[in-house]
Design a protein around this ligand. Structure first.
Ligand SMILES: Cc1cc2nc3c(=O)[nH]c(=O)nc-3n(C[C@H](O)[C@H](O)[C@H](O)COP(=O)(O)OP(=O)(O)OC[C@H]3O[C@@H](n4cnc5c(N)ncnc54)[C@H](O)[C@@H]3O)c2cc1C
Length: 225
């Protein structure tokens, strides 16, 4: 995970009020200069007709120091490459924010499931859920060393799941979702690889008949098949 702080007067006026919100980050393609794309009425395109490197991240914080993002290094991809190679002062662009999570005040328990890309969002949820609410947190990591000290919440029990070689991304989260009790006062929030999230959605809605408005399940990235 790389922590990047974006700063500049262009951030003036940006406001982020909800937890687990998002911003779109525009970066250069690896080895190329930064270029602002133009809108063709349908999509943003670079001058040579290619799509720009535009990716979604969770704003960790926004204050006088700037906008902080935590970007997972996954060995490929324009944003991951940019995070590893960017020099201080290089340009990029931001748009947003995208919607975050509205906390349900009547919930008695939250189940939070996510991989490393969801850690910033989970931290924010831990920071805003009332202290008398029980929270079961399941985080999938590819390496034991990736365990972090999360925001403290008196009702939170955090389980770190290290993936086993051969497991599809999100498999441990799917198993955790299947194994957990869910009653009518429980709310579920999950984010991670798209196919795993689709499987969790299907399990919650089809097998367990959980009302859709008791859950938020979001595909944060996609394995290229
Ligand atoms: C609402 C929202 C919030 C998000 N917040 C964060 C955040 O705070 N931090 C964060 O790191 N990500 C976050 N993500 C996920 C991030 O947008 C994706 O991981 C994105 O694909 C990374 O772009 P990239 O250019 O590095 O890789 P891409 O060019 O998109 O993908 C290149 C290759 O890498 C693979 N890949 C992409 N992401 C991962 C990954 N995480 N692990 C393993 N393989 C991967 C793809 O399958 C593809 O094969 C968020 C996504 C959403 C929708």
């Amino acid at each position: 995970m790389m922590r990047i702080v974006l700063a500049g007067p262009q951030l003036d006026g940006l406001e982020i009020s909800e937890p687990a919100a998002s911003v779109r980050l525009l970066v250069r393609w690896p080895g190329e200069p930064f270029e602002i794309p133009t809108w063709n009425g349908n999509e943003f395109l670079l001058a040579d007709g290619r799509r720009p490197a535009l990716r979604t991240f969770t704003p960790v914080s926004l204050n006088d120091h700037g906008l902080t993002l935590d970007i997972v290094r996954h060995g490929g991809g324009a944003a991951a490459d940019w995070a590893e190679t960017v020099a201080p002062g290089e340009p990029c662009a931001i748009s947003g924010p995208g919607r975050g999570e509205a906390i349900e005040p009547s919930a008695g328990r939250y189940v939070l499931l996510g991989d490393e890309t969801a850690i910033p969002a989970i931290e924010q949820l831990l920071g805003v859920i009332a202290h008398d609410v029980r929270i079961d947190v399941h985080i999938e990591i590819v390496d034991d060393c990736a365990q972090l000290d999360l925001a403290t919440h008196p009702g939170a029990a955090v389980t770190w799941h290290v993936t086993t070689p051969g497991d599809a991304p999100g498999a441990t989260l799917r198993r955790a979702a299947e194994a957990t009790d869910i009653d009518e006062r429980t709310r579920v929030w999950a984010a991670g690889e798209a196919a795993a999230m689709q499987a969790i959605r299907k399990h919650l809605f089809d097998d367990r008949k959980i009302p859709r408005d008791h859950t938020t399940v979001r595909g944060y990235w996609k394995v290229q098949r």
